[in-house]
Design a protein around this ligand. Structure first.
Ligand SMILES: Cc1cc2nc3c(=O)[nH]c(=O)nc-3n(C[C@H](O)[C@H](O)[C@H](O)COP(=O)(O)OP(=O)(O)OC[C@H]3O[C@@H](n4cnc5c(N)ncnc54)[C@H](O)[C@@H]3O)c2cc1C
Length: 497
């Protein structure tokens, strides 16, 4: 049964939902409150598009292997359009550090493990234009969804359509067979359902971090610094995480992630000059941001209030509403530090399209979607949450001048030793890195690579050689916290400056 389906939001998840549903023969209308992208290429989209509805739009995004593969498998002609827009492919081989490149023997699964390197603005505009080319999808811009229409009682709410305000004008009612909420983290649907007496329950955990970004462009004639440099362009200093996101057309971004309690560093980093001073003090970032290599193209800007959120649309086996589904950030959100949101949104979108194709009964559809969302996304969500909690503990320990494993007895010590052994083995052994990268790229359930016997033995061997050797792989070279505070705030310690 082909249906007339509304999708609320034209972010990555909304666009992928539109594509996946259209491929199954449905008629799709996407309602998006923002304006359409400007004419032109990637730079116009990045610098000129007023994308108020997606506050993370100008933060760099990693597009992981699982997402790239899903798109390539389903829409091969779309991938061609990314190359035309200046995006690049990073293969598994390209990800290898020089020491491991020497050991490299290709394996068949390596082919699938690649990442699209481009700015989110490039990703969105290319994806959007591709969606617009489909005869059975329409994107209505400047169309703010302000409510939903329903039938039934609070016990059996069924969505029948939406209330849409176009260009801040009159509110119109539109009818649809199915409504998909892809309106992102600030979704209004749970509150609207709540007002009708149907409760969406939410798991919510604060990651306790703030994420800062600054964009740069390589100077004319300059190339990206060699990946064969010993200093890593992404890493952890204990009190701060950092990373370079290479983009398209010579652009790249640097992110710095700080725990909420690092108030002095957070204040300093808002100043673009101090942002650069901090980057220049980190050996892995300096080759990218030195003035002879690149020029900043934006100020430094942050994103806080970062939460891991899981919304439940089925309670005790009963759907909160029928003919209603939520995908992407409006349903499941993880810490952006792991670069998983667009990938989980893309998986979710394709999962929904398959279920709507396979099942016709509204209750069965809701229950099946809930169950398969749990199966597919829960392991990723749980792994992210564990990492968040570990990150919070570690940041507090660093602030107190302790080592995290000193704070929690033997269990914590063993966990940390195991983590160090994995990191260390992954930096020296190709088969362990391959497994870890499959987890990173969500090509398999987090941690599945640890079921491989060869990998287990290697990690055990690393554990036995002792922590002192392994924990070198955990932190990258860079100033200690007190030194960084002096760099960020020279007036704090004039002698150090
Ligand atoms: C700082 C930061 C960095 C990130 N980095 C990465 C990364 O490296 N890799 C990665 O995969 N993910 C990353 N993410 C996560 C990623 O951005 C999100 O998971 C992803 O954008 C979710 O897509 P979405 O389509 O569900 O929501 P959004 O992208 O938020 O899109 C929602 C859309 O709905 C529209 N909308 C909202 N309300 C209405 C309404 N009432 N009517 C009509 N339209 C509406 C909005 O305008 C918007 O276009 C990052 C997130 C942040 C905050």
């Amino acid at each position: 049964m082909k249906q007339n389906i509304a999708v609320v939001g034209a972010g990555i998840s909304g666009l992928c939902t539109g594509l996946a549903l259209a491929a199954k023969g449905n008629t799709v209308t996407i309602y998006e409150r923002d304006i359409e992208p400007p004419e032109g290429g990637a730079d116009q989209a990045f610098f000129e598009w007023n994308r108020r509805g997606a506050a993370q739009f100008r933060h760099p995004h990693a597009f992981l292997g699982v997402m790239c593969n899903l798109l390539e498998k389903n829409y091969p002609d779309l991938i061609e359009q990314f190359w035309e827009a200046g995006a690049r492919k990073m293969s598994f081989r390209d990800m290898l550090p020089p020491e491991l490149l020497l050991q490299y023997e290709p394996e068949p699964t390596d082919e699938d493990m690649w990442m699209l390197m481009c700015r989110r603005a490039t990703m969105e505009t290319v994806l959007r234009r591709y969606v617009e080319s489909k005869h059975n999808v329409t994107i209505n811009n400047t169309s703010n969804v302000v409510g939903m229409t329903t039938s039934g009682t609070s016990e059996d709410i069924t969505l029948t359509g939406l209330e849409v305000q176009v260009d801040r004008g009159d509110i119109e009612q539109v009818s649809h067979d199915v409504v998909v909420d892809a309106s992102g983290r600030g979704t209004n649907f749970p509150a609207w359902l709540d007002a009708l007496g149907s409760r969406v329950t939410t798991e919510d955990d604060d990651a306790d971090i703030v994420y800062y970004t600054r964009h740069y462009q390589l100077n004319p004639g300059e190339q990206e610094p060699s990946r064969h440099n010993k200093e890593r362009s992404a890493g952890d200093l204990g009190y701060m995480k950092y990373g370079v996101f290479p983009g398209d057309n010579g652009h790249f971004a640097v992110i710095i992630c700080l725990p909420n309690h690092e108030t002095e560093l957070r204040e300093a980093i808002k100043d673009p000059d101090q942002f650069d001073d901090i980057c220049n003090a980190i050996p892995g970032l300096k080759p990218w941001v030195s003035p002879s290599k690149s020029t900043p193209t934006t100020s430094s800007f942050g994103f806080g209030d970062i939460h891991a959120t899981w919304r439940h649309f089925v309670n005790d086996g009963i759907p909160v509403a029928l003919n209603f589904f939520a995908v992407g950030d409006s349903a499941v959100r993880t810490n952006p530090l792991y670069g998983r949101g667009c990938s989980t949104g893309t998986i979710h979108a394709h999962l929904l399209a398959r279920i709507l194709d396979e099942f016709t009964d509204p209750v069965e559809r809701a229950l099946q979607f809930d169950e398969e969302t749990e199966n597919e996304l829960r392991p990723i969500f749980s792994a992210s949450l564990i990492e968040d909690k570990r990150g919070i503990k570690r940041a507090v320990a660093v602030l107190e001048g302790k080592d995290i494993e000193d704070t929690g007895g033997l269990k914590n010590w063993l966990k940390a030793a195991f983590g160090d052994a994995i990191n260390s083995a992954a930096s020296e052994q190709l088969h362990v890195l391959r497994g870890a990268m499959r987890t990173f790229n969500l090509m398999e359930k987090p941690g599945d690579f640890l079921k491989d016997n060869k990998i287990r033995w290697t990690i055990l061997r690393y554990m036995l050689r002792g922590r002192a050797k392994n924990n070198r792989a955990r932190f990258q070279r860079g100033p200690k916290r007190e030194q960084m505070l002096d760099i960020a705030e020279p007036q704090r310690n004039p002698k150090a400056a």
